[in-house]
Write a protein that binds this ligand. Structure first.
Ligand code: NCD
Length: 348
């Protein structure tokens, strides 16, 4: 099935062969993401980035990925400066911007709102995060990163064990990544969270229906012991229902630092996080003393966001086979290590 013209709303739209197609194209995008080469394949195309929730990396990464394909980017951020503040409906806003743009990326605080946008427009819409719902492109770049860290391809991860840690209820990146990983076979998911932030029941059922083992625990050590991947997340304070509070002390119980890693993880356990790390307590979910640890893949994840999103745009706008037609060498100064940094890879 081709992705040309498709909305990308959930990872449930994908099967393993499609993920493999996406990742092979992502590999071809790496020289452009690293700024070694230039392509102009989307010259003249315009991306509309509509972000109604805070964002740094997703918004910039979608925009930079589109720019690196030669396209232009127009953005709105927040409700306050959009016509929604004047009472305009999702339908009207969506239909209007579809007349200006070739593709839209939308982030919205309500689950399902991006699908509502998509239903009202005739240009492809990519879900950049819908409340506690999904964040499909984050899961794609997470899985791509895991594949690179472990020198694996999609379909080659059977039997792997994964620890999800932190806010598994309101954190949408875990929801998308769990569903994407569930395409593999015989995985073990250890979910470590305070009870009020545990993985939603429907996701637990989804994983079990597909034959995976799911263990829910309140103990960090039980979850991260001897796993292949630890995926830590931030407590989504902005989405907690009123009355639910997660104390600093509770957050502390799920924090991973170098000594916790050495004590419980395997020497090659990959450490990932969608970012941002919440450092307001003076520490974060993955402590700063891990910053130079070779297992810490968080900045390789963010680097990988560029070629993954470039590949997705190329598939959705149906130019995958034309990327190299305009390819040439980049001439400007760039530091020795730019993006997609393999140098710290565990197996390198
Ligand atoms: C995440 C998000 O917005 O869902 N960030 C991101 O896009 N990488 C995770 C988060 O905000 O905690």
């Amino acid at each position: 099935m081709t992705l040309a013209g498709s909305h990308i709303l959930t990872v449930e739209q994908f099967d393993l062969p499609q993920i493999e197609t996406l990742f092979s194209l992502t590999d071809r995008m790496v020289p452009y993401a690293r700024r070694e080469r230039i392509t102009r394949v989307l010259e003249g195309a315009v991306l509309g980035n509509l972000f109604f929730e805070p964002s740094t990396r997703s918004r910039l990464s979608f925009g930079a990925a589109f720019n690196r394909l030669g396209g232009h980017v127009r953005e709105t951020t927040g409700f306050a400066f959009s016509s929604m503040a004047k009472g305009e409906s999702v339908y009207d806003t969506s239909r209007v911007v579809a007349g200006y743009m070739d593709v839209l990326v939308i982030r919205h605080p309500e689950e399902g709102a991006v699908a509502e946008f998509a239903a009202a427009t005739h240009v492809p819409v990519i879900n950049g995060g819908d409340g506690p719902g999904e964040h499909p492109t984050q899961a794609m770049l997470d899985l791509y990163t895991l594949c690179r860290e472990r020198r694996l391809r999609p379909g080659g991860m059977s039997g792997m064990s994964v620890a999800f840690v932190g806010d598994l209820r309101y954190g949408r990146t875990v929801h998308s990544l769990a569903k994407l990983l569930a395409l593999e076979s015989g995985l073990t998911f250890n979910c470590a969270a305070p009870p009020e932030l545990q993985l939603p029941d429907h996701l637990v059922a989804h994983l079990r229906e597909r034959g995976h083992r799911v263990e829910l625990t309140g103990e960090l050590a039980d979850a991260i012991h001897d796993v292949d991947l630890v995926y830590a997340t931030r407590v989504q304070q902005e989405r907690l229902p009123s009355g639910t509070t997660v104390s600093g002390e509770q957050q502390e119980r799920f924090r991973i630092d170098a000594s916790v890693y050495e004590k419980y993880c395997r020497p090659r356990t990959v450490l990932m996080h969608p970012l941002p790390r919440d450092s307001r307590l003076g520490t974060s979910e993955l402590s700063n003393d891990l910053n130079r640890h070779p297992a810490l893949a968080i900045f390789r994840q963010t680097d990988n966001g560029i070629p993954v999103r470039m590949a997705l745009f190329a598939l959705v706008l149906d130019v995958a086979d034309q990327v190299e037609e305009t390819s040439r060498e980049a001439r400007w100064y760039r530091p020795a290590r730019v993006g997609v940094d393999d140098t710290q890879n565990l197996l390198a």
